[in-house]
Design a protein around this ligand. Sequence first.
Ligand SMILES: Nc1ncnc2c1ncn2[C@@H]1O[C@H](COP(=O)(O)OP(=O)(O)OP(=O)(O)O)[C@@H](O)[C@H]1O
Length: 230
Amino acid sequence: MSESPPLRCEKLQKAFGKRTLFSEIDLELRPRERLALLGASGSGKSTLLHCLSGVMPADSGRVWLAGERIDKLDSNALAQIRRRKIGTVFQFFHLLPTLTARENIELPLQLLGQASPQRNERVSALLERMGISHRADAFPAALSGGEMQRVAIARAIAHRPPVLFADEPTGNLDSRSGESVLQLLKELTDEEGAALLMVTHSDEAASICQRQLHLADGVLRETAHPDASR
Ligand SMILES: Nc1ncnc2c1ncn2[C@@H]1O[C@H](COP(=O)(O)OP(=O)(O)OP(=O)(O)O)[C@@H](O)[C@H]1O
């Protein structure tokens, strides 16, 4: 049996008041694929990401996460699916300030009821992989932006979701930390077999993706990648 696409939507439509941001959006993310979503400020990129990740209902259309249709679910069922099937990385990290780096990464595993020894093993391996083992017991306020984003990426992927969403993951980092965070995001999605949908304004960030889509006037257009082998 062929693998379900990690993410798929058909005829997705969203308006705010009289302004239709997009309509008739069809999109399929292939297994392990990284896709960049580009477009001018205000074109609706984040709104599309929110509709695809189940944060916000679309006005109409259908969305599947790893083969499960999510657009008609009640909030409990949706929360359960989102917990298992997606991880999200934000521009401003969104770490819980009262938890240490280790505890932030552990949280999604706890919510899924994973036993403590497996949790510890997974979190230690991720801390090591992200090069932040020495910061495991630090609270977010004591971490640099780059370190916070590494924790956030580890947290997003800890439960091995088939799809990661990232909204401007380097938007709040200097260029050097941004570059190393992108490299880690690329390597980690490859190693873990996760697909990635990333909203970005940055060509550098888009260059880690095999596919680039531009949203303009409510329409998605694919642009050829200048270096598809990256
Ligand atoms: N909850 C909301 N209610 C009303 N209007 C909204 C809401 N969320 C977003 N908008 C409007 O929808 C438009 C698209 O917003 P969105 O954040 O999706 O754009 P974007 O392409 O991600 O922009 P940017 O690149 O600046 O982050 C904007 O005009 C915004 O003001």
